[in-house]
Design a protein around this ligand. Structure first.
Ligand code: FAD
Length: 507
């Protein structure tokens, strides 16, 4: 059923170079943020590569095909023998060990067009890599071409329109830092290393979404290179803009530019943290029910997380108001009354606070998946205890539930974006982290078994940006009724299916 362009090899030669402790896994999960990979800067522009002798069994281009694209200064092509290849190949998830035939490091939009034509000529499927944070490694492939966009990382703010233009290689940390100079903010995710491209094209939620909407709700224009290498602008193309808001991850083209509206930056950002120790599954469930109930009154300036490990629960509430409202104070007091430990509130200037959520720079071993959208605790009631008991058999496993709602749940936005699950008020994320390649199979099996429990209990809607390669009926789970409309975009912009990954839209 799944296309086999992905390697699931358990081999890893660099295993000993970047051990990650369990504690740092937990911190990573709570902080949900990691550093920015170093920027490589090769000096030499290479000519496109010809297929090697090992390709001779593959179908070669017929003699009447167009000539191979001539050399270009807009893109650098690396193959397996190049030293730089390894730097650009590895995604954030160390579990993914893919081996593309060619990595096209694009320096500008023309470079992207060149790379698409190059891939077409040599009949290579294309994966698109911006921030490289796809949970399942959908931005790399085996034996295909990867369009690598990390060098296209310019930002520019227009004070007149209060918009920011971002190239796809920009990371969230860059965007937050850049806009802070103008006292502006783009609502986005919490992890600094995530690419603004992949985040936006799949939706994008975080600390500020309940007040300012999803990242994709703030998208005004994009530019896209399609499956033939042609350029399209969304200014006069509302359908293409609609698809870019939650339905554009590697499906039918390369988004080469994003223009966002921005918001006034809150001056400060406050975190409230509570810990609950020595929990069994019954107690964890009772606290989950309690948390869901309290989140009903959470002000829209706030974000909340319920993060459950084997025996410890962490509850995080954040706020962008200068002082907690009486409603928030009452809610926080209820957590304080029950918690084993209450931390002092941490109020910091916005950028400093966000930087504290940028943890490790990876790559890390992990398997994270969407554990479903929920309207209320009732959606989890029946399955909660069995899920937690299964979690406790797997070291390093966490169930994190985050608040949505607020501005996301605005019915007027329903028609404007391919993102389909606005009415869902909570999003679950199942996470497992480990240290060694030898632990992959057990960890993956644990996730698969728990996901099956969720599916059997009727949890079938999932977040596209938290993909699970084993999810049945992922088309409906990620895109709901919008899948058919995305197929229309696929037919129009990529009828030959040159852009593909294991869960890409097909016509
Ligand atoms: C540590 C961590 C923290 C996270 N925190 C959050 C969070 O707070 N909020 C949230 O909403 N999500 C979060 N995510 C999920 C994140 O939104 C997705 O992983 C996102 O797709 C990553 O984008 P990227 O550009 O870094 O990834 P990539 O791996 O480069 O790409 C991800 C997907 O988008 C496609 N794609 C990338 N660039 C383009 C492009 N220019 N044109 C077309 N398709 C493209 C790729 O084909 C791939 O399918 C987090 C992920 C991680 C690993």
């Amino acid at each position: 059923m799944r296309k086999s362009i992905h390697s699931k090899s358990t081999k890893d030669q660099s295993e000993s170079t970047n051990p990650v402790s369990r504690r740092s896994f937990l911190m990573t999960s709570i902080a949900l943020s990691l550093g920015i990979p170093g920027c490589f800067n090769p000096q030499v522009t290479k000519n496109p590569v010809e297929p090697t002798a090992t390709d001779k069994n593959k179908p070669q281009p017929p003699s009447k095909q167009p000539q191979p694209p001539s050399a270009s200064n807009d893109v650098i092509y690396y193959t397996r023998n190049d030293a730089e290849y390894a730097t650009y190949k590895q995604p954030f998830n160390k579990r993914i060990q893919a081996s593309p035939k060619v990595i096209a490091v694009c320096l500008n939009e023309k470079g992207v067009q060149h790379a698409v034509r190059y891939a077409r000529y040599y009949k290579l499927p294309i994966a698109i890599k911006s921030g490289g944070h796809s949970f399942e490694g959908y931005s790399v492939n085996d034996d295909g071409l990867v369009i690598e966009l990390s060098r296209m990382n310019k930002l520019s703010y227009d004070p007149a329109s209060k918009t920011v233009t971002a190239q796809p290689g920009c990371k969230l940390a860059d965007v937050y830092e850049y806009l802070a100079k103008f006292n502006r903010l783009l609502p986005a995710g919490s992890c600094g290393g995530v690419g603004v491209a992949g985040l936006t094209l799949g939706g994008g939620y975080g600390f500020f979404s309940r007040k300012m909407g999803l990242t994709c709700d703030n998208l005004l224009h994009t530019r896209l290179v399609d499956g033939k290498g042609s350029l399209h602008k969304t200014a006069n193309n509302p359908e293409l803009l609609w698809g870019s808001k939650g339905g554009g991850n590697g499906n039918y083209g390369v988004t080469t530019q994003f223009v966002f509206k921005t918001h006034p930056a809150p001056r400060n950002f406050t975190s409230y943290l509570y810990k609950f120790y020595q929990l069994d599954s019954v107690k964890a469930k009772e606290l989950a029910r309690f948390w869901f109930e309290q989140m009903k009154t959470l002000p829209n300036t706030c974000y909340g997380s319920y993060i459950l490990g084997h025996k410890t629960l962490t509850i995080l509430v954040t706020d962008t108001e200068e002082q907690p409202t009486p409603v928030l104070s009452a809610l926080l007091n209820k957590f304080k009354a029950k918690a084993s430990r209450t931390y002092s509130p941490s109020k910091r200037p916005l950028l400093e606070a966000l930087q504290r959520y940028q943890g490790r720079s990876g790559p890390l071993y992990f398997k994270n998946v969407s554990a479903g959208y929920y309207r209320s605790f009732a959606d989890l009631d029946k399955v909660f205890i069995s899920v937690h008991q299964r979690m406790r058999k797997q070291r390093g496993m966490l169930l994190q539930i985050n608040t949505l709602g607020g501005a996301i749940n605005n019915p007027q936005l329903e028609a404007s974006a391919a993102y389909p699950h606005r009415k869902e008020l909570f999003l679950g994320e199942l996470q497992v982290y480990w240290d060694k390649a030898s632990q992959i199979a057990k960890a993956v099996k644990s996730v698969q078994e728990i996901q099956t429990m969720f599916t059997k209990s009727g949890i079938t809607k999932h977040y596209r940006n938290y993909p699970d390669i084993d999810l049945p009926n992922w088309q409906q789970a990620y895109y709901g009724d919008n899948y058919a409309r995305l197929q229309g975009l696929k037919r129009k912009y990529d009828p030959d299916n040159v852009f593909q990954h294991p869960q890409s839209v097909t016509s």
